[in-house]
Design a protein. Structure first.
Length: 526
């Protein structure tokens, strides 16, 4: 009867359960860069695995790891590359590791991965912890080793976290300081850090005072900072105004219910910080510099020589006001009367007259052109937002690993500063977003109303309205060409530039000219 055993095995596709695969791969790992640089542990792991392979007749066909990777999770580059290789190569029978904690410290998840590998005929062997996983007792031992590794990891994390919490309570900042500060001893222990105020910090000190005194709007503060060499946008400025670090107070996720007074220098008093961030304490009415009523362009007018904002003065003998450069550049003094007349003439170019344009056609054409203009930027904006989200996630992971002691301060500082700089650059790109489809129609309607009364706002509006109008039309300010007697704008709001172009085209249509709407000047850009 036994003569037909092989025939039945062949007929029903039965296979012998013994593992005849003799090819193996070796995975080695350490947790920190210092251990990787030292290389002693990696060398030892590799040596023991190779000796075990020779003793048991295994052919080592590939090596993985050989670097530092935290085993807290199994989303590790070299680890995943090793698992993928093993699963895709049907000749691999064994994965050799020095000990189970080198494979993973994720506990139950590590056990699951080992089970899945075993189902594919791949046996995980820890060469210094000999366990026979072919039976229930050995499998339980393997699971115990995985759980023990995770428990050890949790104990280390708790110990590290406790130490960090105690340092925080003593006022020591444990991460990269925010913009305006610099750590002179960042490669030392936190208790030896020397966090000092930088040149940008001194500019932010002025910005806080401008905000406290309510002398300038946020947009005006941003422009003043930009003119002094500090590139920043309103969103980032608001984040700074809300960050208690600048008044010497530490509030962190690690100690969410505690207010801690830091060891670093504050650039704004706690009283002023509270005043800025408490709604009922904010000053409602705006205050302005002397002579601002007679010199309304001071907030936007730039010196054509040095680029700094211009101020003004009064000549008693003539009874006239003049604009002048704050840095006293020669030959740029301008009569306020002449400049105001020139500026009003410029506004007339963007003024919308209803009797010249069909009010029903204009919104439709405006929407078509704005969508067309924004299409070229849409993919870039989406990609920028996606990249920004990814970098923020990576920064959160880095901060979490540092907080739990998985990476040292050197690695944390290097990568966190890199990510924060990238975030700042990407946020700068998104600081002036295009109109979205959800509010485009509403914005067009509101913008057309403003375009119909530009001259009225300039002539009859109060000082605050005039400043808002200047910033709306010409967000980067403007200068005056004294020789040619004209206002030079650095950047015009795309909406009003578009209105001017469409107005010209539609006026031509009314005059009987053959002009296509889709041929509106390509010079109008976002």
């Amino acid at each position: 009867m036994n003569d037909h055993k092989k025939d039945f095995e062949k007929l029903f596709g039965l296979k012998t359960k013994t593992n005849n695969r003799k090819k193996a791969i070796i995975y080695t790992r350490v947790s920190t860069k210092e251990q990787a640089d030292n290389n002693t542990s990696l060398t030892t792991q590799k040596k023991y695995c190779e000796e075990y392979a020779v003793k048991n007749g295994f052919e080592v066909v590939e090596y993985f790891g050989g670097t530092y990777e935290s085993a807290k999770t199994d989303e590790r580059k070299e680890f995943q590359r090793m698992i993928k290789y093993a699963r895709q190569n049907s000749t691999i029978g064994y994965i050799l590791i020095y000990s189970y904690d080198r494979f993973s410290r994720s506990g139950a998840n590590a056990s699951y991965i080992a089970d899945e590998l075993n189902k594919q005929g791949i046996t995980l062997i820890a060469v210094t912890q000999k366990v026979d996983t072919s039976n229930a007792g050995g499998k339980m031992q393997q699971d115990f080793f995985f759980l023990l590794s995770r428990f050890d990891n949790e104990m280390r994390r708790d110990k590290t976290k406790t130490g960090m919490m105690e340092l925080l309570r003593k006022g020591y900042w444990l991460w990269t300081p925010p913009r305006g500060y610099k750590n002179l001893n960042k490669h030392h222990r936190a208790v030896d850090w020397d966090i000092v105020v930088t040149d940008e910090g001194e500019l932010l000190r002025k910005a806080f005072q401008w905000r406290v005194k309510n002398t300038f709007s946020s947009a005006e503060i941003v422009r003043k900072l930009n003119l002094q060499g500090m590139k920043i946008n309103e969103r980032r400025l608001h984040e700074i105004f809300k960050n208690p670090f600048y008044c010497g107070v530490l509030i962190t996720k690690m100690l969410p219910d505690e207010v801690i007074f830091g060891q670093h220098e504050a650039i704004v008093s706690q009283e002023d910080f509270i005043k800025i961030n408490t709604p009922e304490s904010k000053v409602v009415s705006k205050t302005y510099e002397t002579m601002s009523d007679d010199l309304p362009l001071k907030k936007s007018l730039c010196c054509p020589e040095c680029g700094s904002l211009m101020t003004g003065f009064f000549v008693k003998a003539k009874g006239l006001f003049y604009y002048k450069c704050q840095k006293k550049c020669l030959g740029v003094n301008i009569s306020a009367i002449k400049l105001h007349q020139t500026f009003e003439s410029l506004l007339n170019e963007y003024q919308l007259e209803l009797n010249e344009i069909d009010a029903e056609v204009l919104p439709e054409v405006m929407q078509m052109k704005l969508v067309e203009i924004s299409k070229s930027d849409a993919n870039e904006i989406t990609a920028t937002k996606s990249k920004l989200t990814q970098i923020r996630k990576e920064l959160d992971i880095i901060e979490g690993r540092f907080a739990t002691g998985k990476i040292d301060n050197l690695i944390y500082t290097k990568f966190s500063e890199k990510h924060k700089n990238e975030i700042s650059e990407l946020e700068e790109k998104l600081s002036n977003p295009n109109l979205t489809s959800s509010n485009l129609e509403k914005c067009i309607k509101h913008g057309i109303k403003i375009a119909q009364k530009l001259s009225k706002i300039w002539v009859s509006g109060d000082l605050f309205d005039k400043h808002k109008l200047q910033h709306l039309l010409f967000p980067d300010g403007f200068a005056y060409d004294k020789q040619n007697k004209r206002v030079l704008t650095f950047r015009t709001n795309v909406f009003f530039e578009l209105i001017r172009s469409i107005s010209t085209v539609l006026s031509g249509i009314k005059n009987g000219d053959s002009i296509k709407i889709d041929q509106i000047s390509a010079l109008v850009t976002s």
